[in-house]
Design a protein around this ligand. Structure first.
Ligand code: PHE
Length: 458
């Protein structure tokens, strides 16, 4: 059974009923609840096949002790089994595990009679009611046996648990056959890209801004927007030959550009910051790539943390994550970028895109990416993109015919949209509800059938 088989099973089930409850579905079919939720989320990301509503309820479920009894039988039943027809010394019987509790229960059930110190069976046959009650509670068949449930609660064999589950209904585009989407990131998809080394949160202004043709007076380079380090305040290991070209293209202009015509300062470029975007790492990688002669096309991606001096609110934190991708090749155009973005976002489950002209110091043209959100019924900004400027690429040493297309997006934004979270602080930071982390499916980078195996499915 692969994950798309499970999707089709779930949809066939839904075909003949008004709604499907993920928790009951998982229990009934002996599946991991997270796996079922994960499947529903990927069906949801394909389009309007289903509608999904999150709910929270209290259920009664066996405790760990209750589960042991489901496996091995109740203490009283095990005592009963242990008594031979000829009877047994009370003291010997009491050596069995949990004998004291079992003996009390068995006596009040009138299963035994005491003949001085000898325990004898009082019934020729008994049934293990406690075990079968627990079994039916576990498979959720028990509803109205309030008296029995409260007895089991007193014995701490069952407890109330709070479950977050999904109620799934047929959507306007309901179908039971899903064309296999690629909501899961697979090893194969990743292998076509090289992952960039993003393991340095501290970056010089040079790589974070100057190499990206961001002038030294740009508002993003102000302490109101960026965290500057006081110790160590400066980077001294900058590539000087390249740095001279960057200085030139900013101050006097070069490579056919008139530049910004200002007095470029080394001290400003040396200032250490907490990187404000992963594009700083992209700049380092591109510079390295440009040193390889002859030029070989490359694809890079990264997913890591960035920092901005933001006013914190429901949608802004001072640290968040970015996903970034870039392709360097001969003669890439804006059309290549648009096509690639459609493909990239389609694989994330976003098919309706719109592009809006934008401005970044390092890309021209630049486009903000918007995606239509079916649930919220509006267009949402999901990313930013562009074609890197010649002022940046030629200073690095790329041949003129090479272009680099790139895009970046926050990891939190699509996550909030996908999981219906309206406060970013529910996603990272000290107020994160650990239950939410446990309840939502993990994205693992492996083939979907392996994901199934890890989660213990059939
Ligand atoms: N660095 C941009 C941001 O932080 C994203 C981006 C990456 C834009 C690459 C264009 C090219 O929003």
């Amino acid at each position: 059974l692969t994950s798309s088989d499970l999707q089709e099973d779930i949809l066939s089930d839904l075909k003949y009923s008004d709604e499907l409850n993920t928790w009951t579905y998982a229990t009934k079919n002996n599946l991991d609840h997270q796996l079922v939720i994960g499947c529903i989320r990927s069906i949801q990301s394909i389009g309007d096949i289903i509608t999904v509503e999150q709910q929270t309820s209290k259920f009664v479920a066996p405790t760990d002790e209750g589960k042991l009894i489901i496996e091995n039988g109740s203490y009283e039943y095990r005592l009963y089994q242990a008594v031979p027809d000829t009877g047994i010394e009370h003291e010997a019987l009491m050596q069995l595990p949990n004998a004291a509790i079992g003996f009390n229960k068995a006596m009040s059930n009138k299963w035994f009679k005491l003949d001085k110190s000898i325990v004898r069976k009082n019934k020729t046959d008994v049934t293990d009611e406690v075990q079968s009650l627990l079994k039916s509670i576990q498979s959720m068949e028990l509803k109205d046996n309030q008296k029995e449930i409260s007895d089991l609660k007193k014995r701490k064999l069952v407890e109330d648990i709070v479950i977050n589950y999904l109620i799934v209904k047929k959507g306007p585009g309901f179908t039971t056959t899903v064309t296999k989407g690629e909501a899961d990131l697979t090893a194969d998809m990743i292998q076509k890209f090289t992952e960039m080394p993003t393991n340095n949160y501290v970056e010089s202004s040079f790589w974070n801004f100057d190499a990206l043709f961001t002038p030294q007076q740009h508002p993003a380079r102000d302490a109101h927007d960026t965290f500057f380090l006081s110790d160590p305040a400066k980077s001294v290991d900058l590539p000087m030959e390249y740095l001279e070209k960057v200085k030139q293209v900013h101050s006097t202009g070069a490579f056919g550009s008139i530049g910004y015509q200002y007095n470029w300062q080394l001290e400003e470029a040396q200032k250490n910051v907490l990187r404000t975007h992963t594009t700083a790492v992209s700049a380092r990688m591109l510079y390295k790539l440009a040193q390889n002669k002859p030029f070989t096309p490359a694809k890079y991606f990264s997913i890591d943390k960035v920092f901005r001096n933001e006013n914190l609110d429901a949608t802004h934190l001072a640290e968040f994550h970015q996903i970034e991708g870039l392709v360097a090749d001969y003669k890439l155009t804006l059309g290549d970028l648009i096509g690639l973005l459609y493909e990239f976002f389609r694989k994330l489950g976003m098919t309706k895109l719109r592009f809006k002209p934008a401005y970044n110091p390092y890309t021209e043209p630049s486009m903000e990416i918007f995606s239509y959100h079916e649930g919220l019924k509006k267009w949402i900004e999901v990313g930013n993109s562009g074609v890197f400027r010649p002022e940046m690429l030629l200073a690095m040493g790329f041949p003129e015919e090479v272009s680099v297309i790139a895009w970046g997006l926050s990891l939190e934004r699509p996550t909030m949209i996908l999981y219906g979270i309206d406060n970013i602080r529910d996603l990272i930071g000290p107020k994160v509800n650990l239950e939410m982390c446990r309840e939502n499916p993990l994205c693992r980078i492996m083939s979907t059938s392996d994901v199934y195996a890890v989660r213990g499915g059939k």
